[in-house]
Write a new protein. Structure first.
Length: 158
């Protein structure tokens, strides 16, 4: 059996969500979470209309091995305004977990965020706390997620 290396995989940005490999991976991710969806086409239309973006990690045979779905989250108050990158969904194929694929994809996405002037990254997770902590994220104790999952944040280096 041939060894799989992270360096053998290519990254691909996505914003229209029509890529068949992304759709297979996204639906597999929801199946793992045991979430049923009645209308996948509506989900993909809504994602595209919201301005969400994705970064795919594709294997040498063009299969989607991982994806990270994110959106720009504007915020404003009477004293501050700005934007943060909000990681909405993040998935790595089960057979590739623990081998550096998630870290590579996360770091690539963070470079895209920084290039767009987004130096604050937020996400929620109830399954991968150790991963995010190892990647430099910290719990955002003062921020509550509406889904009651822990919130993590990272300020990207300049």
């Amino acid at each position: 059996m041939k060894k799989t290396f992270v360096s053998d995989f290519t990254e691909m940005p996505l914003s229209d969500f029509s890529h068949p490999g992304f759709r297979r991976a996204f639906e597999r991710y929801f199946a793992e979470l045991e979430v049923a969806v009645d209308d996948w086409e509506a989900v993909y239309r809504d994602m595209a209309a919201s301005g969400a973006q994705a970064l795919l990690l594709c294997s040498p045979d063009a299969d989607v091995a991982a994806f990270l779905l994110w959106a720009t989250l504007p915020f404003s108050s009477s004293f501050f305004e700005g934007s943060a990158a909000f990681i909405q969904e993040f998935w790595v194929a089960p057979s590739l977990r623990g081998q550096g694929f998630g870290r590579r994809l996360l770091r690539s996405a963070e470079k895209q965020f920084a290039a767009q002037g987004l130096d604050l990254v937020l996400l929620t997770s109830d399954t991968a706390e150790t991963f995010y902590l190892h990647c430099g994220y910290r719990r955002a104790a003062g921020i509550r997620a509406k889904n009651d999952c822990p919130v993590f944040l990272r300020c990207l280096p300049e």
